[in-house]
Design a protein around this ligand. Structure first.
Ligand code: AHR
Length: 573
């Protein structure tokens, strides 16, 4: 049974009364290592420090900004003359928030926009730059281009990741974009003929304000080439990928990291055929990563395409269940890529991820694809980052879509208004995992049946959103663990999502072969999963310290509040 209530203004209690409690099917999964659990616990978490998975790449907490709606113009770029606080035209609040989450990589200029974009339009004197019609039916006056983007990355302290245009620019432009970004200015290579002159594209870059090379090493070779990037087959795309990347200059540095366009959602056929075609010619040394785009949308029981703010408990559980399919997407494509002897293992680059809702909560009509972000989205963030951490051996880069004013944002901005979202806080809470060693973690907790498992796929929007069959169950507690050696000894970080709307889960946490000397917890929870931050209430949702029971030996009891994300930092011996 589902209800038609729109519980945005109700308390969790009345929300729950009015809706099906989907957590009706309770089953204990797996078996616990813990010989005894105290009477009042209803879950166990077993941690295995001796079973490392891999180093968690700091680049899985990366970002994406596109010329779309209010992302670049207003969100990031306010212009040098603006009354909005800025650094060289870049919104200061955006820089500060990106620094606060230690953003490692920023992808630009798209998305679909990238395959309509000519990088030459965005360089040189801003007054003379052409206005163009971009992919999203938006006139772009090119005030924000390559140099402004590089300045943004420098201000944040992150690496640039450029998505190159494959659909409307020839291979020559890709080659020259690399040259413009990375060729040293003024140098004449020592082995060049006597008449060789300094590189003219590097000289142009220097004339445009940046003598030092940008040293961009991460390049997306097209975007969604199965769709907006050209409607190509995997075989057609493989041929283009090989031609565009067959030889590119590296200026004595490490080879560039080229990312090939991956599937539409969980389309394993794309990946299988792409790799078969790429291997058709074994000379593929430039292939470093395969991109995955996976957005989550529910199968809404009542709101067309889903709504960021209006949802009932069925919609809530359905969205989180579909989001957790990310784990299957990662596994499926990792296996489809295979591992060819003599070739480096290609990494997964989850280029775009997040919850994507229908219209209704955008900041203004021209802020295309902007939407509010609630506690529900914070839980999806935790579930997703935990999946990447659990698959530290496979996922090398992941970019949330998008950092500001679009889809699953960490920030919302409109003119001089600014707020961070609950998702921002989860990114901060997960920082201790960066660069740490992921270890195996087993969760045993009451599972939740997805009440909308058999509901029809939403109509409209992007064809691939929600196009995967729904999984039936959502883990009643999920998370990941990692160990880092710090000046204060070994710290085990455990992040946990409790998706139960009504049910705090008290868990017995055991660490195999280690003793716990102390533990501290931070929790993000709220009275109502519809809670969110807005310009008038920027601190409505924010994390707080939480108490844990005294650890004893290698065990700890902790209660995870209903609908919460928790970080536990445990000092171990
Ligand atoms: O992030 C919005 C859009 O979603 C991107 O432009 C595209 O790559 C995807 O379809």
């Amino acid at each position: 049974m589902s209800t038609n209530s729109t519980p945005t203004a109700t308390s969790r209690r009345s929300f729950l009364k009015a809706s099906t409690l989907a957590a009706s099917a309770i089953a204990l999964r797996g078996s616990s290592l813990l010989a005894q659990t105290t009477a009042h616990t209803d879950a166990t978490i077993d941690l295995f420090p001796a079973e490392p998975i891999g180093t968690i790449s700091p680049e899985i907490y990366s970002h994406f900004i596109e010329h779309l709606g209010g992302v670049i113009y207003d969100g990031v770029w306010v212009g040098e003359g603006s009354k909005i606080p800025n650094q060289n035209g870049i919104r200061t609040a955006f820089i500060d928030a990106m620094r606060a989450v230690q953003a490692p990589v920023l992808r630009w200029p798209g998305g679909c926009f990238a395959d309509s974009y000519d990088w030459r339009d965005g360089i040189g004197n801003r007054d003379k730059r052409p206005a163009r019609s971009g992919f999203w039916d938006q006139q772009d006056n090119n005030q924000y281009g390559l140099h402004e983007f590089m300045r943004t990355c420098r201000a944040i302290g992150c690496k640039p990741y450029l998505a190159a245009n494959l659909r409307t620019l020839p291979a020559r432009d890709f080659y020259q974009e690399i040259e413009y970004c990375n060729a040293p200015a003024g140098d004449v290579p020592s082995n060049s003929a006597a008449k060789a002159a300094p590189n003219s594209l590097a000289a142009l870059r220097a004339a445009n304000g940046d003598r030092a090379p940008f040293n961009v090493d991460l390049w997306g070779v097209g975007n969604e080439s199965w769709g907006c990037g050209g409607n190509l087959t995997p075989e057609e795309y493989a041929a283009m990928f090989r031609r565009y990347t067959a030889w590119t200059p590296s200026y004595g540095k490490d080879p560039l990291r080229f990312v090939a366009v991956g599937p539409n959602g969980d389309d394993v056929d794309w990946t299988t055929r792409l790799f078969k075609s790429l291997y058709g010619n074994p000379e593929r040394r430039h292939l470093w990563g395969l991109s995955i785009h996976y957005y989550t949308s529910g199968s809404p029981s009542q709101f067309a395409a889903g709504d960021a703010l209006k949802f009932n408990s069925d919609d809530y559980y359905d969205l989180l269940t579909r989001g957790s399919i990310m784990e299957r997407v990662v596994n499926d494509h990792w296996h489809a890529m295979g591992n060819t002897p003599g070739q480096p293992q290609v990494k997964l680059v989850v280029d775009e991820w997040g919850a994507w809702y229908g219209k209704g909560t955008e900041l203004a009509p021209n802020y295309n694809l902007s939407q509010q972000s609630t506690m529900r989205d914070a839980l999806l963030t935790g579930i997703t980052l935990d999946i990447f951490q659990r698959h530290a051996d496979k996922v090398a880069v992941a970019n949330v879509a998008q950092s500001i004013n679009c889809i699953h944002s960490l920030m919302l901005a409109q003119e001089d208004n600014f707020t961070v979202t609950p998702t921002f806080h989860v990114f901060q809470m997960y920082l201790p995992h960066r660069g740490a060693q992921a270890i195996r973690a087993e969760f045993t907790a009451p599972t939740i049946e997805n009440p909308l498992a058999n509901a029809p796929i939403p109509v409209g929007g992007n064809s691939y959103i929600g196009s995967l069959e729904a999984v039936k169950t959502l883990a009643g507690l999920s998370g990941s663990a990692s160990i880092a050696t710090t000046g204060n000894g070994k710290i085990l970080t455990l992040t946990v999502v409790n998706p139960h709307l009504d049910r705090p889960i008290t868990s017995d946490i055991g660490i195999r072969g280690a003793s716990i000397s102390s533990a501290r917890a931070t929790v993000l929870a709220s009275n109502d999963v519809h809670d969110h931050n807005d310009f008038a209430h920027p601190n409505a949702v924010k994390p707080a310290p939480a108490t844990t029971e005294q650890p004893s030996g290698g065990r700890l009891i902790h209660t995870f509040p209903a609908a919460s994300v928790t970080t536990l930092q445990i000092s171990i011996g």
